[in-house]
Design a protein around this ligand. Structure first.
Ligand SMILES: [Zn+2]
Ligand SMILES: [Zn+2]
Length: 466
């Protein structure tokens, strides 16, 4: 049943891009549609009904199961992340998926869509308001602060991956559980820290084979200069016909006018075109910081474009922000994003330590990666000794165990069958060698090893594998 109902190709079609994807942090937002996985489960439902079984329990709407190719893609993303990030001195941190709601309200910003509309929040039996993490940064920072692992001037480098949750209407075509890879460098305000994080991200995406990458960079200023820019922006929008802005943006005008810059509504986009650019309002410190970042990424051979409209969805970003898109499957698809968030650690009750990081959307990366083939098994242990209780199956199991101790992979028969059916099975499993124990072999303590690639075969003593 394993592969029959979960063909990789059909499941991959369930990954789908949606028009608003670029606007969201780290783009890890789920892009799986809910319709297809449900459809995949139908054969079981029908089978159960036909046989009068109790109806099978189905997964929650907005959540997906991953099998075969999709599962292998996620495994690869994780193992390549471990490899590349370790080279940059990053260590893996494992944190809970459930946190106190106030962490995200404080850490992400009450006025953001994430906190305002999309959090997966509930009250537990102890009457505490808890939230399934909608992103990783706040939790990683909370953990580091709690462990005393954030010290100004002593960088901590951490990465994490796992599921994130946003309670959105499923008809929008986004999953409520999606996955992100997240990296955070805490404790250094230096532009070199930003550059290392960006280079690490590029190395990672290239190692995964994600093609046609483009990097967009911007600086959002700091606590000193951003208020001036914000005022200039507000004055600009007020000088125009505010009615032309969408409803969300009219609200953003009051809460965070920078968010108007990345609104995807055509009317708003037109209004934004002549808006003042943040580059013209940066203080000397921010200008120097940003030019140091740009100069060093260029020297590292990374081509980038400046995007003054790149504000990212969350309130906590300061100075450097970046977003990476790939054109590998047609239109530019956002795959990762991040930036500097000096002040956030303090806002969460920690020391005044700066930070910079990024997140990648794993569903999105999976779409852009090459197909992950299943590894080819080394052997199939076929039992063709059909005599009752001959002990040949036991012999096969013991031989299989010895082969695995030698590092080989494969599976054993639990039930004997005809040579024809066993070889068909070996072919289906696409194994390199088929080990056959028939009645003659069993009586002589031997096994026939058939090379499934070359076609030759030889007879070996089972005892030789001890
Ligand atoms: Zn500044
Ligand atoms: Zn708008």
């Amino acid at each position: 049943m394993r592969m029959v109902f979960f063909p990789g190709a059909a499941h991959r079609k369930s990954f789908r891009r949606t028009p608003n994807d670029g606007a969201r942090r780290a783009t890890g937002d789920a892009v799986l549609t809910t319709g297809v996985p449900e459809a995949i489960f139908q054969p079981f439902a029908n089978l159960n009904r036909a046989h009068g079984f109790m109806s099978a329990i189905q997964k929650i709407k907005g959540f997906a199961d991953m099998f075969g190719e999709d599962s292998r893609a996620f495994t690869r993303m994780e193992s390549v992340a471990r490899d590349i990030f370790t080279r940059y001195g990053f260590g893996e941190v494992r944190i809970p998926v459930l946190e106190r709601t106030e962490l995200f309200a404080k850490g992400i910003g009450e006025d953001t869509d994430v906190v305002g509309k999309e959090m997966y929040t509930f009250t537990d039996r102890g009457d505490r308001s808890l939230t399934l993490r909608p992103e990783a940064t706040a939790g990683v920072l909370r953990a580091c602060i709690e462990a005393g692992a954030v010290e100004p001037g002593k960088p901590s480098r951490l990465f994490a991956f796992g599921p994130m949750f946003r309670y959105e209407r499923p008809q929008k075509g986004r999953m409520r559980q999606f996955h992100q890879i997240d990296a955070e460098l805490l404790g250094s305000p230096e532009p070199q820290a930003d550059v290392e994080v960006i280079l690490m991200l590029r190395d990672y995406l290239e190692e995964l084979g994600i093609g046609d990458l483009s990097f967009e960079l911007n600086s959002l200023g700091c606590r000193e200069c951003r208020p001036h820019y914000r005022a200039a922006l507000t004055a600009y929008f007020e000088s125009l016909d505010e009615e032309k802005l969408c409803e969300d943006c009219r609200r953003r005008m009051k809460t965070n006018p920078l968010r108007v810059l990345d609104c995807k509504v055509p009317g708003c986009k037109a209004m934004v075109e002549k808006a003042p650019a943040i580059a013209d309002h940066l203080c000397a410190g921010c200008r120097d910081h940003f030019s140091a970042v740009l100069s060093l990424v260029s020297r590292a051979g990374l081509a980038y474009t400046l995007n003054p409209r790149l504000v990212r969805g969350l309130d906590y970003y300061q100075r450097t922000t970046f977003e990476v898109t790939s054109g590998a499957i047609g239109a530019q698809t956002a795959v990762a994003g991040g930036g500097r968030y000096d002040g956030l650690v303090q806002q969460l009750g920690g020391p005044d330590a700066p930070g910079v990081g990024f997140a990648c959307g794993m569903e999105r990366l999976a779409l852009l990666m090459e197909k992950q083939e299943a590894p080819r098994p080394d052997f199939f242990l076929a039992v063709t000794d059909t005599r009752e209780k001959s002990g040949a199956v036991d012999a096969a199991i013991l031989l299989g165990h010895k082969l695995r101790l030698r590092g080989l992979s494969g599976e054993c028969d639990y039930e004997p069958g005809s040579m024809k059916s066993r070889l068909r099975r070996a072919g289906k499993l696409n194994v390199k060698k088929c080990y056959i124990i028939g009645p003659e072999e069993f009586d002589a303590g031997k096994v026939t090893v058939k090379d499934m690639e070359e076609g030759g075969q030889l007879s070996l003593d089972i005892a030789a594998f001890d």
